[in-house]
Design a protein around this ligand. Structure first.
Ligand code: HEC
Ligand code: HEC
Ligand code: HEC
Ligand code: HEC
Ligand code: HEC
Ligand code: HEC
Ligand code: HEC
Ligand code: HEC
Length: 247
């Protein structure tokens, strides 16, 4: 016999509700930290706990107070946006008392540099990246790059520094003895901004004719052609690759 006609499912829901309330009460009394809610929706004591933790990082501003040479080098360099401790690790303790802690110095190849400079397709194009295996392997990065001012050490002096393929091809060709400048007028600025100062290339058959025309005034014995009829109408380099000419 039932007193009230309460459906079974409501009774089950009621039981669940009572359990939920009981759990809430127990949690509130037993588990919520005492200082919770004093200052808002968090544990007020957390402030003192966090504040009492030791600071790991000092920030670059304090480092450069003592290490002005490194700070100055870095200030205008490619690495100006990097904090000292990116490479030297958390060093706040050292900054307070330099004998208490010695910051790490990542001298080994690839220890730190590759985090940022190893080639990854997802990095933005234009960000300087290298393929570790191919970029001057076996030598430590800092053997050539100053970590605080990592401008590449030198702009290659020789044309072959950038045009290695052409230089190697020419070296074993009949034109091996000719300097690049014999045929290309190159402004010195080409080495710094190659695309802004484009070297000149020969434009006319007469250029090759200086040496190869029959009767041309050339100090050494070289093969001659009749300029007016040999390969007429066409430029010489439409048939002969100038860096590896063959007949
Ligand atoms: C109060 C001055 C002072 C501050 C601030 C300071 N340093 Fe130094 N640091 C020194 C001195 C002095 C030495 C040399 C200690 C030695 O030779 O034993 C040194 C040495 C170093 C070295 C070389 C350690 C070695 O093994 O040769 C590094 C790297 C370094 N500091 C990084 C930092 C960084 C990064 C910071 C900032 C978080 C920093 N320093 C802040 C004074 C300071
Ligand atoms: C890109 C990583 C990098 C950054 C950023 C960097 N360093 Fe260094 N630092 C190095 C490396 C690598 C060496 C070791 C150089 C060597 O042995 O030739 C070094 C060496 C040092 C030394 C020891 C010099 C010596 O000859 O013993 C000090 C001091 C130093 N760094 C301080 C700083 C300070 C201060 C900053 C921030 C202004 C900073 N570094 C930023 C990588 C870095
Ligand atoms: C936290 C990231 C980071 C680390 C670590 C780092 N670099 Fe860099 N590096 C940069 C940034 C950012 C630039 C500037 C890129 C730009 O100007 O577009 C840069 C620029 C350079 C350049 C100049 C490239 C150019 O355009 O000519 C060289 C060389 C270089 N870094 C070498 C190193 C070496 C060597 C190390 C290790 C000692 C190192 N980097 C560690 C971020 C890093
Ligand atoms: C033997 C000397 C040498 C060593 C060792 C060396 N580099 Fe270089 N690096 C150069 C020269 C020279 C250039 C400029 C010409 C070029 O791009 O090859 C350069 C260029 C760079 C550039 C700029 C590339 C670009 O496309 O703008 C980065 C980044 C770089 N190096 C990082 C590193 C890192 C990281 C290491 C260590 C893993 C390292 N280098 C080791 C000599 C060296
Ligand atoms: C720092 C690297 C570098 C050096 C050193 C260098 N070049 Fe170049 N050169 C380039 C680049 C980059 C280009 C442009 C290639 C492109 O646009 O595809 C170029 C283009 C050229 C061109 C083609 C111009 C055109 O119209 O297509 C010639 C010719 C040339 N260089 C000759 C030389 C000679 C000769 C030397 C030595 C005196 C030399 N370069 C040294 C980087 C260099
Ligand atoms: C005998 C004359 C001659 C010599 C020596 C010579 N070049 Fe050229 N070079 C030419 C001519 C002609 C062209 C134009 C070819 C064309 O337009 O098809 C050219 C084109 C080029 C180009 C652009 C086209 C390409 O092939 O990429 C570059 C870069 C270049 N030369 C670099 C060099 C360098 C570097 C050297 C020295 C190692 C050199 N040249 C030596 C005659 C010469
Ligand atoms: C400064 C003089 C000079 C100029 C300019 C010059 N050459 Fe030459 N050329 C030579 C010399 C030297 C040889 C090598 C002769 C030998 O090895 O016996 C040669 C060899 C050749 C040969 C090879 C012939 C054979 O024996 O197979 C050809 C083809 C040639 N040159 C084409 C050209 C063309 C095309 C140009 C213009 C782009 C040119 N040369 C500009 C000096 C020149
Ligand atoms: C239409 C293609 C063509 C053109 C353009 C051309 N040549 Fe040739 N050249 C050849 C062929 C094919 C040979 C080899 C057969 C021969 O000796 O006629 C040759 C041979 C040569 C030889 C070697 C001659 C010998 O006696 O060994 C030289 C030097 C030469 N050419 C220079 C030039 C010069 C300089 C120009 C531009 C004024 C030029 N060529 C234009 C196709 C051409």
């Amino acid at each position: 016999m039932r007193l009230w006609k309460i459906p079974d499912q409501v009774i089950r829901l009621g039981i669940l509700l009572i359990i939920a309330v009981a759990v809430l009460v127990v949690v509130r009394i037993k588990f919520v930290p005492e200082s919770f809610g004093e200052l808002g929706h968090y544990r007020a004591d957390a402030v003192t706990v966090v504040a009492s933790q030791k600071a790991g990082y000092g920030g670059w501003q304090i480092c450069v107070e003592c290490h002005d040479a490194e700070g100055e080098a870095k200030r205008t360099s490619y690495h100006r946006t990097l904090s000292c401790e990116v490479c030297h690790g958390p060093s706040a303790e050292h900054a307070n008392d330099y004998e208490a802690q010695t910051p790490v110095i990542p001298r080994a190849r690839g220890e730190v540099c590759l985090y940022c400079h190893a080639y990854l397709p997802s990095r933005p194009t234009g960000f300087p990246q290298i393929i570790e295996r191919l970029h001057n392997p076996l030598k430590p990065c800092i053997g050539c790059h100053d970590p605080h001012d990592p401008t590449p050490p030198e702009i290659p002096e020789a044309c072959s520094g950038c045009h290695a393929q052409i230089a190697r091809t020419k070296a074993v060709s009949h034109h091996g003895s000719l300097a690049c400048e014999t045929c290309h007028e190159v402004a010195p600025e080409h080495r710094e901004s190659p695309r802004a100062f484009v070297p000149k290339k020969p434009t006319a058959r007469e250029f090759c004719g200086q040496c190869h025309a029959r009767g041309a005034d050339s100090p050494i014995e070289i093969p001659r052609v009749e300029l007016s009829s040999h390969g007429e109408r066409y430029l010489c380099w439409q048939c002969h690759y100038p860096h590896f000419p063959e007949s």
